[in-house]
Design a binder for this molecule. Structure first.
Ligand code: JAB
Length: 243
């Protein structure tokens, strides 16, 4: 997968050189390039923003630098075009399902907005020649899109073949089946008066799987009833809590 990130603070994306994402880049699973939007400015002050039409507080990111950046990173006619991903409070909720969708793309271009946002015409024009996904991590406002890109990149990269050593963990983690994951334990069996549930030490893998499924259902019902409601009826029947 090839990923381009455009930001006025490219140093914010330095964590993409670390840990498993850094290893994915080193092994060729991932090719990441971070670009300074000011590369595509032509005035002495390298201006990327201006006052909003219609008045109001703050500044808006000018369309011209963004248009030239996207022309350079996604030349018209290049096939397949990349998906443009724009982290924004007005975007669609970012979910594990969306992480899987993005992980299936061959190219992603992330546009990191700042100030009051990017001139809408940038997204409207981009949408005439590439898929555009406006995505929100949650109902809150950040200084800009950079931190959101780090989160999205981690969620997407870990789904790519060859990145996670143990792909089995993808199958059982939270949100993998529309449920929250069951609690996990390791040695010692007793710690500060807290015991590991006996069943996990029983060696009965069938009962352990059932216990974990039940715990996942109970946890989801308690913390995320919306996820339980979203399960297809057949799914819930299959995952009934043990009597
Ligand atoms: N909620 C998100 S993703 C965001 C981006 C910029 N500000 O908030």
């Amino acid at each position: 997968m090839r990923v381009d990130v455009v930001s006025i603070f490219p140093e914010y994306l330095a964590p993409l050189e670390l840990s498993l994402i850094g290893r994915a880049r080193a092994t060729g699973v991932l090719d990441v390039a971070v670009h300074d939007l000011r590369t595509w400015t032509h005035d002495v002050h390298r201006t990327v923003d201006d006052t909003p039409y219609g008045g109001g507080p703050g500044m808006v990111m000018r369309p011209e630098p963004w248009g030239e950046a996207l022309d350079a990173l996604a030349p018209p006619g290049a096939e397949p075009p990349p998906r443009l991903v724009v982290p924004t409070p007005v975007g669609a909720p970012f979910t594990q399902a969306m992480a899987h969708e993005l992980a299936a793309e061959s190219r992603l271009v992330f546009a990191c907005g700042r100030y009051e946002g990017i001139d809408q015409r940038v997204l409207d024009h981009a949408a005439t020649r590439m898929p555009v996904t406006e995505v929100s991590l949650g109902d809150y406002v950040l200084f800009g899109g950079e931190v959101a890109v780090l989160v999205i990149m981690e969620a997407v990269t870990r789904l790519l073949p060859g990145v996670l050593g143990n792909v089995d963990s993808l199958a059982e983690e939270s949100h993998a089946h529309g449920l929250l994951e069951a609690p996990v334990y390791t040695k010692p069996p007793s710690w500060r008066g807290h015991e590991v549930p006996e069943i996990l030490r029983s060696g009965d893998h069938g009962r352990i799987a059932r216990w974990r499924r039940d715990q996942a259902l109970l946890r989801t019902a308690a913390r995320r009833p919306d996820m339980l409601a979203a399960l297809a009826p057949g799914e819930l029947d299959k995952k009934d809590v043990a009597t």
